[in-house]
Design a protein. Structure first.
Length: 123
């Protein structure tokens, strides 16, 4: 039970770090957190890879002004995988909206990385 709680805290910490890195356009941190095979599905149904997401942040095409979690994140772990469900208020490229999301993290050689993000915009 303690190991599961520690892993859940690790994953929530990575989520906090990732959200801060998205707002700061910190590509170096994201390079460590995001898996090379990342699939990032936006609320618009646009799909980014790790490369297209980080280059969009670096160029300013994607400008996340703020990302604020709105609900407790639920983390479920399954061996070398973790699934997170949560919500957030997002301010990106001048637009404000709320969303619910699902994130998948995998353990790659003792390095947890995000491999999938899928978000749904709330009405």
């Amino acid at each position: 039970m303690v190991a599961t709680q520690n892993l859940e805290a690790t994953i929530v910490g990575l989520e906090e770090e990732r959200l801060a890195a998205m707002v700061a356009a910190d590509v170096d941190s994201l390079d460590r957190i995001l898996a090379d095979d990342l699939s990032y599905v936006h609320t618009t149904a646009a799909i980014d890879t790790k490369e297209s997401l980080t280059s969009g942040l670096a160029s300013g095409r994607l400008n996340y002004e703020s990302i604020t979690p709105t609900a407790e994140r639920v983390v479920r772990t399954y061996g070398d995988s973790a699934i997170v469900r949560g919500g957030a208020h997002v301010h990106v490229n001048g637009n404000h909206f709320s969303l619910e999301y699902t994130v998948v993290y995998v353990n790659n050689d003792d390095n947890w990385q995000m491999t999938s993000w899928h978000a749904t915009r709330l009405p």
